[in-house]
Design a protein around this ligand. Structure first.
Ligand SMILES: O=c1ccn([C@@H]2O[C@H](COP(=O)(O)OP(=O)(O)O[C@H]3O[C@H](CO)[C@@H](O)[C@H](O)[C@H]3O)[C@@H](O)[C@H]2O)c(=O)[nH]1
Ligand SMILES: [Mn+2]
Length: 731
């Protein structure tokens, strides 16, 4: 290549299978239209007018929703950065990067897990003097602080070890879990044994403190940092606590080889009961301000405390997007797909969310940029804090680099506390167009949208070696609760001032608006789903057919939509590396999410609208009991308690079972004709029964603690029976 010629820092490729995707989407849409025509032309043929209107409404919803979801399939792009070119051009002048790790509860998010994430962040292959790692602790826990002190010491051994042997991943716990029997290097094995011993001792000390629930006097007297807990009265009531644990200005912040360590900071923002703390968004905004005084990195990486870096090169990869001389200036954030370490082979709870992260995000990317998904996202500081985008503006990375005023560390700590106080945000735009947005259960998605509405772009970056690995929910209630929070938050966006339905018009592309709408419309999806899983089955009891007979040509669109959508989703699932059983599990979990999480979210949103409910944030547990974890490994569904969501799901399952049994009985007594006239309905009901198998097991066949409590069994049978009896009596 001739010198002076522009060689981009990243390239973009389009998905090869797009023709197949588009053809199948179009043919499915035509079938949906035919279904509508059928419904309109056959009103009140069987079962009464209202039932048909209900079916028509559901089918309209399914068809239109299917069109909207095409925005997440139609235009998939893949991005590939060139870190070598980055090094050639910018090594020695790489920008400062600030990494924000958030934690909120030492019981749900164990300190050893938190520091493993922190250590993996510190160990990025990056100039350490330009790297700062901040931990925000919303629990202001002395135990977590103690773990951070230990981590700052252990880093002195861990970082040189990682760099010397180029190990991956750089979360010590994850690295030590690997099998090194094949590693031939004797030197490596010797040093590994040494750091592993150090790690295990540290882990033991932290776990002892965690078990005790507080630090001992001896530990307390060893570090002045603990004195900051004097004013602490509870998690919700304490001063801001800031401790700079490592900093290049401190001569002690060197590793065992004498190299400078990254800056390491512990932050617990001030909390007072009379001030709303705005959950993670509030924590992030404090971090943005505090870090602007201490390191002021141009790039901010945000991860949850359970998401360790699995690829020490991914930071450089992400920088390629921001620093590309042609297109870099318009990119606000780079989102990596989230990957999870604890996903089993057939992913019983669909926790990997592979379709969302590997198909849908890259397609949103094709329309202007993926959503900000919270963890594993690199931001340009300007776009995150003040937002404004101007096409005129291009950053000169070679000369500009985050400036900070030089002061002593103690002074810096004191000054930064004001930035993490409760009153700081009063009468400012923080949370309302500045920093992360407040008042939404998915602060990440709404913030990403507001950034894109300012004219910024974003990209999706999926390196071959996964960039981050986190912990996915490992029980059914956790999964359903998480999706309730997400769907509720997404639907709040629909009603917010950034609503993709109307407010984002002209500010982001129509494709991207549809992409956001797909998620924003999750809660209302519950209604047609419930209608379809109840009404056709109930009509079996009466022997009334609501669908065309097999001999009728109208049968074809129904069969095509059902089969076609299943085959397409199976193809997509296998394409991203899933298994057939995994796909089946995924279908089930989506049915459960739609019929319970989304419905409960919808109800909550309505209650919020009339002021009867408040925003809450239920943190997803990152550890489970040994017994539960064993069942998780065996892919046995974990119910465990009697949540109203389970009563609903169990009632639906029982209702379908009753209806199916009645049809079977009729068929046995009076011949197969019954089934023939209602074939589509019988098959539909049969599929519900089949997919609900783990629920019947949980209700009747299992003895372990993860089964459904007998109270749920009683309630669901009683409810389902009453519905059936009432239905027969009233019709
Ligand atoms: O008051 C709070 C509550 C939560 N968190 C942190 O937020 C993160 C996410 O919480 P988690 O319970 O793990 O939620 P997930 O549903 O797994 O997280 C996804 O969805 C959230 C929005 O619902 C985003 O905040 C996350 O970044 C995104 O990964 C964790 O690190 C928490 O420590 C806080 O810092 N303060
Ligand atoms: Mn999480």
């Amino acid at each position: 290549m001739a010198s002076g010629e522009y060689s981009p820092l990243f390239e973009t490729k389009r998905d090869k299978a797009r023709v197949i995707r588009r053809l199948s989407a179009i043919s499915l849409f035509v079938s949906h239209c035919l279904i509508w025509v059928y419904r309109l032309n056959h009103i009140s043929e069987n079962g009464g007018r209202w039932v048909w209107f209900g079916l028509l409404a559901s089918e309209l919803w399914f068809g239109l929703y299917c069109v909207i979801t095409q925005a997440l399939r139609w235009n998939i792009v893949f991005r590939q950065p060139f870190p070598d070119r980055l090094s050639q051009r910018y090594e020695g002048r790489l920008p400062k990067v600030d990494i924000f790790v958030c934690t909120a509860d030492p019981e749900i998010e164990p300190p050893t897990m938190v520091i493993n994430t922190v250590l993996s962040m510190m160990a990025y292959d990056y100039p350490t003097e330009n790297l700062s790692v901040y931990l925000s602790d919303d629990a202001a826990s002395e135990v977590t602080f103690y773990a951070m002190l230990e981590a700052s010491d252990f880093a002195k051994h861990w970082l040189p070890f990682c760099k010397r042997f180029k190990v991956e991943p750089r979360s010590p716990a994850a690295y030590f879990r690997q099998d090194y029997s094949l590693a031939g290097d004797a030197n490596l094995l010797m040093q590994l044994a040494h750091v592993k011993k150090l790690y295990e001792n540290m882990e033991k000390r932290i776990e002892n403190v965690a078990k005790l629930g507080r630090v001992t006097e001896e530990i307390r007297s060893n570090h002045k940092g603990f004195s900051q807990w004097k004013s602490y009265s509870s998690r919700q009531d304490h001063d801001a606590i800031i401790q700079i644990l490592l900093d290049k200005k401190d001569p002690k912040s060197k590793d065992v080889d004498g190299s400078v360590l990254p800056t390491l900071i512990y932050l617990a923002r001030e909390k007072r009961p009379q001030y709303h703390h705005n959950f993670k968004a509030g924590a992030m905004n404090s971090l943005i301000r505090v870090s602007s005084k201490i390191s002021n990195g141009d790039i901010i990486l945000n991860v949850d405390c359970d998401m360790y870096s699995n690829n020490s090169q991914s930071l450089r990869g992400a920088l390629c997007f921001f620093m590309d001389e042609e297109k870099g200036h318009e990119i606000a954030y780079v989102q990596c797909p989230q990957d999870f370490e604890n996903v089993t082979k057939n992913d019983l709870y669909g926790s990997a969310l592979s379709v969302i992260f590997l198909v849908e995000l890259p397609s949103a990317d094709g329309y202007g940029g993926p959503l900000y998904c919270g963890s594993g996202c690199f931001h340009r500081r300007e776009s995150l804090s003040v937002r404004k985008f101007s096409d005129q503006y291009k950053k000169n990375w070679k000369t500009e680099n985050g400036q900070v005023i030089e002061t002593s560390l103690d002074e810096l700590e004191e000054k930064s506390k004001a930035l993490a106080s409760c009153v700081y945000e009063e009468n400012t735009l923080w949370g309302k167009g500045m920093g992360l947005e407040y008042g939404c259960a998915v602060e990440d998605v709404i913030t990403g949208l507001s950034i894109q509405c300012q004219g910024w772009k974003s990209v999706c970056y999926n390196p071959p070696r996964k960039a981050f690995l986190g912990v996915a929910p490992s029980t059914l209630p956790q999964t359903l609760v998480q999706f309730k929070r997400w769907s509720e938050g997404d639907c709040q966006i629909l009603l917010s001032k950034y609503s993709p339905a109307w407010c984002a018009r002209g500010r982001i592309s129509i494709g991207l608006r549809m992409a956001y709408l797909t998620y924003c419309l999750w809660p209302p999806c519950s209604l047609p789903t419930l209608y379809y899983s109840i009404i056709p089955s109930l009509y079996l009891l009466k022997g009334i057919s609501l669908f065309p007979q097999m001999s009728s040509p109208w049968f074809i669109p129904f069969a095509y939509v059902t089969l076609g959508e299943s085959i397409y989703s199976l193809y997509e699932f296998l394409w991203i590396g899933g298994t057939i059983k995994g796909w089946w599990n995924d279908q089930r979990i989506w049915l459960y999410k739609k019929s319970s999480s989304f419905l409960f979210a919808l109800i909550d949103i309505m209650l919020k609208q009339i002021g009867l409910s408040d925003l809450s944030f239920k943190i997803t547990p990152k550890v489970v009991e040994e017994e539960v974890s064993q069942r998780f490994e065996k892919e046995v569904m974990e119910f465990g308690d009697s949540s109203p969501m389970f009563t609903l799901l169990a009632t639906l399952a029982m209702l379908n079972l009753f209806c199916f049994l009645v049809v079977l009985k009729d068929a046995i007594l009076s011949g197969l004709g019954v089934i023939q006239t209602m074939i589509f309905q019988v098959l539909l009901c049969g599929c519900y029964v089949l997919i609900n198998w783990p629920l019947y097991e949980g209700l009747f066949l299992r003895k372990d603690k993860g089964r459904l409590p007998s109270s749920v069994a009683v309630k669901s049978i009683a409810l389902a029976l009453s519905v059936c009896v009432l239905f027969i009596a009233l019709h």
